[in-house]
Design a protein around this ligand. Structure first.
Ligand code: MRU
Length: 350
C-alpha cells in the first residue's frame, strides 16, 4: 500500500495526522492539497515531492473540466509549491512537472507519475547504499541506531530513507536496537516511526527527545541515522527540530551521524542553512498535551518545526547515487553555518 497515489482522477493519501489509526483521504481540489500539506496530512520530504507532482496533475485535471487553461494550472502549481517552504522536495517536484503544463492534463499526469516511480526507486537504492555505508563505519555486527522524527515508508511513497536503511540492515540481521526520539510536539517518532518498526518486526525503544544526547554520550548508540527536508549547497542539513542536538552529541562521542536523502533533497541554489526558511508552527502544539494546557495562560511558546545541522557535524549524506562526507572535506570560514566544502570525498557511487 502506497502513502500517496493517483486513483480515478484524484489523489488518495494516508492521513498522517490520524496515525496510528489508519485513515485514507481523497484530495480532489487544489485547495484540499494545499490544506493537506499545511496540516501535515501529507508530510515527509519524498511524500511531499509526490504530492507536489500529483497536485499539479490534479490542478490540470480540474482545469480541463472547465476548458483547459495552462495559466490557471501554473498559478495553482505556485500555491502548492509554497505550502511548505522548508521542504526542498515539494518545490523541486512542482518545477519538474511545470514544463509539461502547456501539453495538457494527460502529459502532466504522465510526468508526475514517472517522477513518483523514480522517487520510489531512489529511496530503495539509497537504503541499500546507506546500509552498506553503516556496515563500513560500524562493522559487520548487529548495531544500535538512533533516529528522529519519521523517515520511513509513510514519509515517502513506499520505502523510506533513514528507515529504509534500517530495513535493509534488519534484512541482514544487523539491527540490535533502534532508539526512536518521540519527536515532540507532534510525536512523529512514537505515532509513525514506532508503528512502522513494529510492523517490520524491528526491535526499538521510544525515548523522550531530551534523552538522545545522553544515551549517545553514554555509549549506547553506534550511529545516528536521519532523513532531511533540505540540504543546502554547503551540505548543511535541515531536518525535524531535535536533529541538531543528536549531531552535536554524535560528534562529541565520535560516532557517525548519517543523513539518508534522495538527490531531490539537495538544494544547490541555497548557499547555507542560514538562508532556509524555517517554519514556525502553532504555539498550541507545544502548550497543549492531549488537548490540556500544560503551561500557565500567560505563557507564550516558540515552535520551530525544523533545525539546521551544520555540515561539519555530518559524517555522511547518502543519496541514491553517491555518498558525500562533508565533515571530512569541510573548512570552517569562521562564520556560523558558513562552511565551504572544497573537495567532497566520494566513498560510493551506484
Ligand atoms: O514535520 P514533518 O513531520 O514533515 O517533518 C519531517 C521530517 O523532518 C523528516 O525527518 C523528513 O521529512 C525526512 S523525509 C524521509
Amino acid at each position: 500500500m502506497r502513502t500517496i497515489e493517483w486513483v480515478d482522477g484524484h489523489v488518495d493519501v494516508v492521513d498522517q495526522t490520524a496515525l496510528p489509526q489508519q485513515r485514507r483521504v481523497a484530495l480532489r481540489t487544489v485547495s484540499e492539497v494545499v490544506d493537506a500539506i499545511r496540516r501535515l496530512v501529507v508530510r515527509g520530504a519524498p511524500a511531499l515531492g509526490a504530492m507536489g507532482a500529483l497536485g499539479v496533475a490534479l490542478a490540470a485535471a480540474r482545469s480541463a473540466e472547465r476548458g483547459y487553461d495552462p495559466d490557471t494550472v501554473r498559478a495553482d502549481a505556485r500555491r502548492i509549491a509554497g505550502a511548505h517552504p522548508t521542504a526542498a522536495h515539494l518545490s523541486w517536484a512542482v518545477q519538474r512537472v511545470l514544463p509539461t503544463v502547456a501539453r495538457g492534463p494527460d502529459a502532466v499526469l504522465d510526468v508526475a507519475q514517472a517522477l513518483v516511480e523514480a522517487d520510489v526507486r531512489a529511496c530503495a537504492t539509497l537504503s541499500r547504499l546507506g546500509a552498506a555505508l553503516l556496515r563500513s563505519y560500524v562493522g559487520d555486527r548487529p548495531m544500535t541506531l538512533h533516529t528522529h522524527c519519521n523517515a520511513g515508508a509513510l514519509a515517502c511513497v513506499e520505502w523510506g530513507t533513514a528507515l529504509g536503511v534500517v530495513r535493509a540492515l534488519h534484512a541482514d540481521s544487523l539491527i540490535r536496537m533502534v532508539v526512536v526520539g518521540e519527536t515532540r510536539p507532534l510525536l512523529q517518532g512514537s505515532r509513525i516511526t514506532a508503528v512502522e518498526l513494529a510492523r517490520l518486526g524491528v526491535p526499538h525503544q521510544v525515548v523522550v527527545d531530551a534523552a538522545g544526547p545522553g544515551l549517545i554520550a553514554g555509549g549506547r548508540v553506534d550511529a545516528v541515522i536521519v532523513g532531511a527536508d533540505r540540504i543546502t549547497a554547503n551540505y548543511d542539513v535541515v531536518n525535524k527540530v531535535g536533529t541538531y542536538p543528536l549531531a552535536l552529541a554524535a560528534a562529541r562521542a565520535g560516532i557517525p551521524f548519517v543523513v539518508a536523502a534522495p538527490t531531490a533533497t539537495l538544494d544547490p541554489d541555497t548557499p547555507t542553512g542560514a538562508a532556509v526558511t524555517i517554519e514556525y508552527r502553532d504555539p498550541d502544539e507545544v502548550l497543549l498535551v492531549g488537548g490540556w494546557r500544560m503551561a500557565p495562560a500567560e505563557s507564550a511558546a516558540l515552535n520551530p518545526a525544523f533545525d539546521v545541522t551544520p555540515a561539519d557535524l555530518v559524517t555522511a549524506i547518502v543519496t541514491e547515487s553517491r555518498v558525500i562526507e562533508p565533515s571530512r572535506g569541510a573548512e570552517r570560514t569562521g562564520v556560523v553555518h558558513a562552511v565551504t566544502v572544497p573537495a567532497m570525498r566520494m566513498v560510493g557511487a551506484y
